[in-house]
Ligand binder design. Structure first.
Ligand SMILES: Nc1ncnc2c1ncn2[C@@H]1O[C@H](COP(=O)(O)OP(=O)(O)OP(=O)(O)O)[C@@H](O)[C@H]1O
Length: 298
């Protein structure tokens, strides 16, 4: 569904250049439900905005379905945003009209997209658990209910990719669980691919795979082990604040030419700056801090 290779995004302001993504690789299979985590400023929203067609990449490759987002024209981008991708933000006021009913809000993008389908609009509201509130005006709904209307709106034009930027950021735990259940149900029942960007590490357990971004690069992946397999014996632990408890397998991402990112923590602990020594013993690759003092390395 999604393929990014060497994706670069540079923001240029008057006298400053910020490299938000510095050659990021990520692929997402059709029908997958996954999350992207990372510290503030790591480039998560930049990636999501590029995938959502809200921002243009600077270089590299980025394909979503049949579309090449580096080469796409402005007209095609409008079509892409309308048909291929649905977007949910933390601040749902961005895509809701307060003076219309929940149902009218869902019908609106259908009208703009030229494919008005009232039964489907009602079905979507039923899916998100708002069957009884579809004729209520948005301003009469709670924050959590509005967030669910936002999910129905994002699906109005039957996209096959759903992108959610901190979708549980401004709701309570109960609503957050409900939002995640709705995503899971949609993912199972209509096969929509779901990509969630979040700070909320407790969501990790509710998706199939978590990809961690560090400094504009994909660094680590956490893949949920098959729940049917025996998961005993794995060390319970924590990585990136994710309670691993044998539920996830952790991998460091290696790109096609063999580059990987050493966690900053490890670099600091071994005082690694710009060089390491690497040994291969037939089974393992061992990375160590250089043994010769810096001045003699010239
Ligand atoms: N429009 C912009 N102009 C200039 N720099 C930007 C712009 N948008 C983002 N950046 C910079 O790009 C980097 C990545 O930002 P991004 O918003 O993608 O991070 P993030 O991981 O989503 O962070 P957060 O979790 O705080 O939202 C940051 O250094 C940020 O300051």
């Amino acid at each position: 569904m999604i393929q990014c290779e060497g994706l670069v995004k540079i923001y240029k302001t008057k006298d400053l250049e910020v490299v938000a993504l510095q050659g990021l690789n990520i692929s997402v299979a059709p029908g997958e439900m996954m999350a992207i985590i990372g510290n503030s400023g790591s480039g998560k929203s930049t990636l999501l905005n590029i995938l959502g067609g809200l921002d243009r990449p600077s270089a590299g490759q980025v394909r979503v379905g049949e579309w090449d987002l580096l080469k796409i024209t402005d007209d095609q981008l409008v079509e892409y945003k309308r048909r291929t991708v649905g977007f949910i933000w933390q601040n749902n006021a961005r895509n809701l009209l307060p003076y219309l009913t929940a149902l009218e809000n869902v019908e609106m993008p259908m009208m703009l997209g030229g494919k008005y389908d009232k039964p489907y609009a009602k079905q979507l509201l039923e899916w998100v658990g708002l069957k009884d509130r579809m004729y209520s005006k948005l301003q009469q709904l709670s924050g959590g209910e509005q967030q669910r209307v936002a999910i129905a709106i994002s699906l109005a034009n039957r996209p096959n990719l759903l992108l959610a930027d901190e979708p549980t950021g401004s709701v309570d735990t109960q609503t957050s669980d409900m939002v995640m259940e709705i995503f899971r149900k949609l993912n199972r029942e209509i096969g929509i691919t779901v990509v969630i960007v979040t700070h909320d590490l407790s969501l990790a357990d509710k998706v199939d795979r978590v990809v961690a971004i560090r400094d504009g690069l994909t660094s680590t992946e956490f893949i949920k082990r098959n729940p049917n397999l025996n998961t005993d014996g794995g060390e319970a632990g924590e990585s990136w604040g994710i309670p691993l408890q044998s539920a996830h397998e952790e991998y460091i991402v290696v790109d096609r030419v063999g580059r990987l990112q050493i966690p900053r923590d490890y670099m600091n602990k071994l005082s690694i700056k710009d060089k390491v020594s690497m040994e291969f013993d037939g089974e393992k690759i061992v990375i160590k801090a250089p043994t010769i003092v810096e001045g003699n390395l010239k």
